[in-house]
Design a protein around this ligand. Structure first.
Ligand code: ADP
Ligand code: MG
Length: 319
């Protein structure tokens, strides 16, 4: 793309170094030092304008979110973030847009001491691909396949706020700035993921809604779950804008929460509460794992509830 190198120079000028970056932006590839006794944890996510965020989203929010969704994956692995690469596809070489994008991106990167070490800059419809790299002591990563029947199912924070904001945006009616903030600026639960190492038996981050994402843990671990809808953690703001029956689809199938869902034996509950309180994260037990495969939701009245829509899937129906 014409102007590509001007943009890359602009990006490079704003990037902070880390001692373990032997070589960052500017060569054909980055050289990074992985600490001894650790595994490298790598995650990649793309955000496409109009698919993953409303096209008119502020560039700083897009920058924040593009990194946040990647850091959320590292959080779910119990990894400490370290480095990332950034592939930007831009409709035109707009330096002001890139600066605003970097405001949000670097704000979050600096919070977690993540160094931008490379990337690619191309022309085309707006899309952002980030690969985030983290490290975890050998054998200690949180995975999807360790859940056992009898474990409790937990979620951090509250569910459904981001989906509520999206529903309000689509309806073009009254909207809540608080909900919209949860959609545009999700909080990757990095500290919680670290605190859960050695306590949780399995973990996943909630990007596509509890029903779909917990389903992945169940499939990987070969177990089932019973979830009590009355226990779903719900923010005051969401409750103010949506009644219970409206909230469940947002909380089960809405997505974009970027909270952690994890499993642990009941004997670990006290230690989990203490570890998460120490990093200022709330967490709630929402159900239990059972040996029989399948995911069942129960209303506070004791009735079965079948979620109306599954989590978002690209290429639905493609085989
Ligand atoms: P190459 O042609 O060798 O792939 P590029 O011209 O694409 O190199 O990039 C030059 C340097 O700038 C590389 O180190 C690359 O990692 C970095 N870079 C390119 N685009 C970005 C970006 N959007 N963010 C961070 N670094 C970038
Ligand atoms: Mg390149």
């Amino acid at each position: 793309m014409p102007g590509e190198f001007v943009l890359i120079d602009r990006i490079r000028a704003r990037v902070r170094a880390r001692a373990d970056v032997v070589l960052g932006i500017g060569d054909d590839a980055a050289l990074l030092r992985v600490p001894a006794g650790h595994e490298l944890v790598v995650s990649c996510d793309t955000l496409v304008s109009g698919v993953h965020f409303p096209a008119e989203t502020a560039p700083a929010d897009i920058g924040w979110k593009a990194l946040a969704v990647n850091l959320s994956d590292l959080a779910a692995m119990g990894a400490t973030p370290a480095w990332c690469t950034l592939a930007l596809t831009l409709p035109d070489a707009d330096g002001d847009w890139v600066d605003a994008f970097l405001d949000g991106f670097l704000e979050l990167a600096e919070q977690h001491d993540v160094a931008l070490v490379g990337g690619d800059t191309t022309g085309g419809p707006l899309s952002i691909t980030i690969t985030a790299h983290g490290v975890v002591p050998e054998g200690q990563a949180l995975r999807r396949d360790g859940a056992r029947a009898g474990d409790e199912v937990w979620v951090t924070g509250s569910l459904g706020d981001a989906a509520g904001a999206l529903a309000q945006w689509r309806a073009r009616g009254p909207s809540s700035a608080k909900l919209r903030h949860r959609l545009d600026r999700p909080t990757p639960r990095i500290e919680a993921g670290l605190a859960l190492r050695g306590l949780a038996t399995a973990a996943i981050d909630l990007s596509d809604g509890l029903a779909a994402d917990l389903g992945h843990v169940l499939a990987a671990s070969g177990v089932g779950a019973r979830i009590d809808l009355g226990r779903l953690p719900t923010s005051r703001t969401l409750a103010d804008h949506f009644d219970e029956a409206q909230r469940w689809p947002l909380q089960l199938s809405g997505g974009d929460d970027y909270e952690l869902c994890f499993t642990a034996p009941a004997s670990a509950a006290f230690a989990i509460e203490q570890a998460l309180a120490a990093c200022d994260v709330t967490a709630t037990v929402v159900g239990v794992l059972v040996a029989q495969p399948g995911l069942h939701f129960t209303t506070p009245e004791g009735d079965d509830h079948v979620p109306s829509v599954a989590g978002y899937q690209h290429f639905q129906g493609v085989h």
